[in-house]
Design a protein. Structure first.
Length: 360
């Protein structure tokens, strides 16, 4: 039973129906804004290693908005299937920001070399027992990519196997919700901690890319969407929100109110992404180099470029993926086409160029 199941439309009145229409409008608006930003990046796809991560991060907005909007119409168990996709992509987008920071640092090998030359901030106990900073940060983020969708899949199994085994928003010992919430909370906290740790280590080196707005957008989406569910639960417990409203119980109201807020928040985040992930730097560079890939090649690279599975193995078995040398594997040089049809390798970013300070 969902908030907008047709059999209840007359019972819940025009207010709820109006809220659903508003959620659909917000979803459409967020999708249009994010789609335009992704389109502009794809039209100026000049640094694949960076823009691949950026486009995947931006894609989180329409995916989150669409699934949350659908969650207003469907409830358990249908909505849980969509939640697997949403939660899985949330953790994936977080990892894409981790990869983006590495690419801004000119690749893993260069980043490791720079880390070896400076005194990096040590992690707090018990994480300070480990020596390899980058490997530890990768493990901290990858574990969330694994645990977040895994917890959602376990939730689906509990719902399908037991009619009363999972009641969202209700904290009791015979309910799976609090246990899954605790695991998710610990996992996302660890992931964000190591993301902050890596950011603080390299923030000065990648300052020309203005990473702070990008980091704040990622952090805000993850924490706002999670903690607002906790706040809604507290509001139910202290009776700011009634535990029952018409035919809907607390679990349904918690899920529906959370989905409604996410639809509204995605509009604000889509606007923030236009400021945090601008395409202007890449468009000016593409015009300067007269360089562009074929649309099909770009689409293939965005969809299947990179390998999360190998990154996950590298995180927990780093010795098997030890780099052969300290070569720059991050930002690939582009080729500038001359008037005579020949091509020459051109560095994408000049460390002495003032244009680096003008664009993020």
């Amino acid at each position: 039973m969902g908030v907008m199941d047709s059999e209840y439309v007359q019972e819940i009145g025009p207010v709820f129906f109006g809220l659903y229409v508003g959620a659909c409008f917000c979803t459409l608006l967020a999708t249009i804004l994010s789609g335009h930003l992704m389109f502009r990046h794809l039209r100026n796809y000049i640094i694949p290693e960076q823009q691949r991560c950026i486009v995947r991060i931006i894609s989180m907005i329409p995916i989150y908005a669409a699934i949350s909007c659908a969650g207003l119409w469907w409830y358990q168990p249908k909505s849980l299937i969509l939640a697997v996709i949403r939660d899985g992509y949330e953790s994936y987008a977080l990892y894409m920001f981790f990869r983006l920071v590495i690419e801004y640092s000119l690749g893993e090998e260069v980043l490791i070399e720079n880390l070896n030359k400076q005194d990096v901030r040590r992690a707090v106990f018990p994480f300070n027992c480990f020596k390899k900073t980058l490997t530890l940060c990768r493990q901290g983020v990858v574990q969330y990519v694994i645990l977040r969708p895994l917890c959602t899949i376990i939730t689906c199994l509990v719902v399908f196997l037991s009619d009363d085994g999972y009641r969202e928003g209700e904290w009791s010992l015979n309910n799976a919700y609090p246990y899954i919430s605790i695991v998710n909370n610990i996992s996302v906290t660890v992931a964000m901690y190591f993301l902050v740790l890596l950011y603080e280590i390299v923030s000065k080196d990648i300052a020309v890319y203005k990473p702070l707005p990008k980091f704040l957008c990622i952090k805000a989406i993850v924490f706002v969407c999670y903690w607002q569910g906790v706040i809604i639960f507290v509001m139910f417990k202290i009776h700011i929100i009634p535990p029952h409203l018409g035919p809907f119980n607390q679990s349904e109201l918690t899920s529906s109110l959370n989905n409604l807020l996410i639809c509204l928040e995605m509009v604000m985040f889509s606007i923030a992404h236009m400021w945090a992930f601008p395409y202007t730097f890449y468009s000016s560079l593409a015009q300067e180099l007269m360089y562009a890939d074929k649309p099909l090649d770009i689409a293939v690279d965005v969809v299947i470029g990179g390998n999360l599975a190998s990154d996950a193995f590298r995180a927990f078995y780093p010795k098997r993926f030890r780099p052969a040398g300290l070569t720059v594997s991050g930002t690939t040089p582009a080729r500038k086409t001359s008037e005579h049809g020949s091509s020459e390798v051109v560095p994408l970013i000049d460390s002495n160029s003032s244009s680096r300070e003008s664009y993020a």
